[in-house]
Ligand binder design. Structure first.
Ligand code: 0O2
Ligand code: 0O2
Length: 214
């Protein structure tokens, strides 16, 4: 157990740091009074049981977890619109605090399950009391609709362990297509939505200013 705590410590630190840094991007957009392409950011360290399961499935020896398992540290960035994902990806590509190792575009090429998301595997330097340690982390960038589908499918996966009955598999595929159409529809009225959101934010600010002056 002590060994796992030591092994996971830099991953925990990386997730905490990345959450702060990537949430900071959102605040910067808000400061500039610009629509933020980022809705919210979450993160987690993969639980030990899931690490062991995945290593087992993929035949990864335990002494090669560091180099072979890319998502022990995982951060997720949720966007309102599909076009926001491209914007986030190009901003991430400019950052100097990590190195992008691999990009996987499951949006242009969705997975057979119906899964859509943009993945980036990065090498992230963690500063420790023993010096710098570079770890791998995975950033998943997706729309709210993609996230809704993936979250539901993931929880069903717990129940069926990937072996969905035909009926459920078909419904999940249809739900994935519906989520895709939802993203398309939202993109078509994107400007309308953004204008309404900007108007609402301004009004809220004015109300707050008014209260402070009272
Ligand atoms: P489950 O259901 O087994 O997945 P905060 O206090 O807001 O900084 P908190 O509460 O520590 O953050 O966690 P956060 O950031 O809200 O995210 C936790 C949940 O989001 C986890 O649920 C994960 O499901 C999911 N999650 C977030 N980011 C990722 C990611 O990059 N990869 C994966 N695979 N999952 C992610 P649980 O609690 O682990 O439960
Ligand atoms: P978790 O932490 O429970 O989410 P492989 O499993 O070999 O296809 P690989 O090479 O590790 O995957 O990387 P991939 O497919 O780029 O990314 C794996 C992660 O993407 C998964 O983590 C999920 O978070 C997400 N993902 C990939 N495919 C699907 C899918 O069909 N449905 C859902 N809901 N999520 C998916 P894990 O390991 O499943 O763990």
């Amino acid at each position: 157990m002590r060994h796992w705590d030591e092994f996971l410590a830099p991953y925990k630190q990386a997730v905490e740091e990345l959450k702060v840094k990537l949430r900071g991007m959102r605040s910067q957009f808000e400061l500039g009074e610009e629509h933020s392409p980022i809705e919210f950011v979450t993160g987690r360290v993969k639980p030990i049981a899931s690490i062991l399961d995945k290593a087992n499935q993929k035949n990864i020896p335990l002494d090669q977890l560091e180099s072979e398992l890319q998502d022990i540290a995982g951060v997720r960035m949720m966007c309102q619109f599909v076009d926001d994902i491209k914007r986030v990806v190009s901003i991430l590509r400019m950052r100097k605090d990590f190195r992008i190792i691999e990009e996987k575009d499951y949006i242009s090429y969705k997975k057979p399950s119906g899964y859509r998301s943009y993945h980036m595997v990065i090498e992230y330097p963690v500063q420790t009391i023993n010096g710098e340690k570079k770890i791998l982390a995975e950033i998943q960038i997706r729309t709210l609709a993609m996230n809704f589908w993936a979250t539901i499918e993931h929880s069903l996966n717990y129940k069926y362990k990937g072996h969905f009955p035909k009926e459920i598999q078909m419904r999940l595929k249809r739900a994935s297509e519906a989520a895709f159409r939802l993203d398309e529809e939202m993109s078509l009225i994107r400007e309308e939505i953004q204008e309404a959101q900007a108007f609402f934010t301004k009004k809220k600010e004015q109300t707050n200013d008014h209260r402070e002056n009272e």
